[in-house]
Design a protein around this ligand. Structure first.
Ligand code: C5P
Length: 289
């Protein structure tokens, strides 16, 4: 049997509000997530012994294969699906790591989709969701990568939202920012509730309305992330300095920032400008949906 392939698109938090901290230590969120054309690629060679090879420009940064969420997802799948057919994974790693793009989560979700295909399970088999939840907070949203409102720690997902594709530029300054210290930087004790912050449940259908709705809601993780990686501020300022940028914000817990632009030509022009100023940075014009 030929190898199977799934794309693992980057997740972008267009908005992210922290509502409080749960008794289990995780933070309660509401976030509008969308998915990029840019991403990793995951292949599965059916029948070969379970394993993972990493290739691609950011493979080295991804750390040892044995610790990868792809293998964690495969182990979780094998534990829930009797006599599961497995195989050898090859991950073409292109996204920056510890970057707020949910790269590792996207890879784990792609692994679950590949194993579902190999084992003739429907895409909505509840065991996939159960494993996804266990592997990481962003993995459930990445299982079916379409724009949604994500709540809880990521396990409560709205139906997919119809948004007009958004042109954007993703910029990562090279600082790896682990998620936990950013959340810790908020300084909330378990059980804390924040008064006020909420989030619209849907989105206006037109592009201008979507932009205004996104602009009205910040990413609450920006202040603690900026303390850990001040270069996030430099990257935001560089993007905001381009006439093409309509909105500039950080994704997830950082350090990747994005600028929304009117169309993909504007995104390409802005990307060229940032790359010229900071040749060592990861700069990617892409579409979100
Ligand atoms: O679920 P995930 O492994 O991605 O989370 C990494 C860490 O980020 C958690 O151990 C926790 O410290 C923090 N986190 C959080 N609240 C969330 C998601 C993550 O506090 N909603």
């Amino acid at each position: 049997m030929h190898r199977l392939t799934e794309r693992a698109p980057a997740k972008i938090n267009l908005t992210l509000r922290v509502l409080g901290r749960r008794a289990d230590g995780f933070h309660d969120l509401v976030s509008l997530v969308a998915f990029a054309g840019a991403g990793d690629l995951l292949h599965l060679v059916p029948g070969a012994p379970l394993g993972l090879d990493l290739t691609g420009p950011t493979a080295l940064a991804a750390g040892p294969a044995g610790d990868n969420l792809v293998l964690r997802a495969a182990a979780g799948f094998a534990a829930l699906v009797p006599q599961a057919r497995l195989g050898a994974f090859v991950l073409e790693k292109r996204l920056p790591v510890a970057a707020g793009l949910g790269g590792g989560s996207a890879d784990a979700a792609a692994a679950l989709r590949l194993l579902a295909r190999l084992n003739d399970l429907p895409a909505d088999d509840p065991r996939l969701f159960a494993v996804a939840q266990d592997v990481g907070s962003d993995v459930p949203a990445c299982l079916d990568p379409r724009a949604r409102i994500m709540r809880g720690r990521g396990e409560v997902l709205s139906a997919p939202l119809r948004i007009a594709p958004l042109a954007c530029v993703l910029v990562n300054c090279g600082a790896a920012v682990p998620t936990a210290p950013v959340f810790r930087g908020l300084g909330l004790p378990p059980g804390a509730r924040l008064a006020g912050p909420d989030h619209p449940d849907g989105l206006p259908p037109d592009a201008d309305g979507v932009l205004a709705a996104i602009r009205a809601v910040p990413n609450d993780l920006e202040p603690p992330a900026l303390t850990i990686a001040p270069a996030i501020g430099t990257a935001k300022a560089l993007l905001a300095g381009g006439p093409e940028a309509q909105l500039v914000r950080m994704s997830g817990s950082g350090a990747t920032v994005f600028a929304l632009t009117a169309d993909c030509r504007a995104a390409a022009a802005l990307a060229r400008r940032v790359k010229a100023a900071e040749p060592s940075w990861w700069v990617k014009p892409t579409m979100l949906r």
